[in-house]
Design a protein around this ligand. Sequence first.
Ligand SMILES: Nc1nc2c(ncn2[C@@H]2O[C@H](COP(=O)(O)OP(=O)(O)OP(=O)(O)O)[C@@H](O)[C@H]2O)c(=O)[nH]1
Ligand SMILES: [Mg+2]
Length: 253
Amino acid sequence: MSSILAAPIKKDHEGVPVVKIVFWGPTMAGKTTALTIIKVLKTLEDPSLVYKFLKLEDPTGRTLFFDQAIFGIGRNIKTGLPYMKYHVFTVPGQDRHSGQRKVVLRGAHGLVIVIDSEKTRWEENKKSLMELNALVGEKMYNGTLPYFLMLNKMDLPREERISALEVGKLLVEAGADKNLRDVSSRIVETSCLEARNDLKKLLSTADKSKIIDEHGRLRKEVRPKSVQRVIKPVEALIREILVKVMQAEKASA
Ligand SMILES: Nc1nc2c(ncn2[C@@H]2O[C@H](COP(=O)(O)OP(=O)(O)OP(=O)(O)O)[C@@H](O)[C@H]2O)c(=O)[nH]1
Ligand SMILES: [Mg+2]
């Protein structure tokens, strides 16, 4: 398994396999905001599959150690347990927390690399990519650590932000372009601000029967596009990791 995934998949106290996803990126890029949106959405869609949510922030709203949330996938009818869980972490982006970032990154199976699209944040983005490349560039290069690039804050005026095209230049400057392959198909443009507002708007819909099913859960089909984009990288990574696990099992059978 270790040759297919960057780290072995551990099981929790009930024997459920747990996949680890880490949100990486500079301070203020929107990592905590993204995870909060995912947690709110997942809770609305099925609260019984949300196990934990923890935020640890300083008084200015910057993450101090890390945020984390655990979600379940499916449910075994016999045991009532999910088939799998995914544990999502965000690293603290401030310079002084590099030690914590290294700890949080350990054992990751997939990465959501958040880039702050604000032009003035070019150097911070570059530094963050250089740090990541030095730590796990090799694993991204050999494909054992799948990733997505989340280009966030796309709500900013065009002249104030970088485009998806400029991400390539950023990677070259950070010396990470050789390790982060297939980049163009792995960039997701997001606005957590828009996603948060769209989710609020959706929940204030007058006719609840259109958005809520018979169990009182938010229907997946009504996810606003902006919210879907925020959750897409995590869901796509989970699928990729599951495929890898199945391939490994087949090969060893
Ligand atoms: N305009 C805009 N602001 C955003 C967006 N996403 C997040 N923000 C704002 O950016 C600020 C920082 O967001 P956080 O999610 O706390 O950033 P972080 O990446 O967790 O930062 P650290 O914890 O310090 O690493 C907050 O004020 C958010 O409201 C976005 O898509 N657009
Ligand atoms: Mg944070």
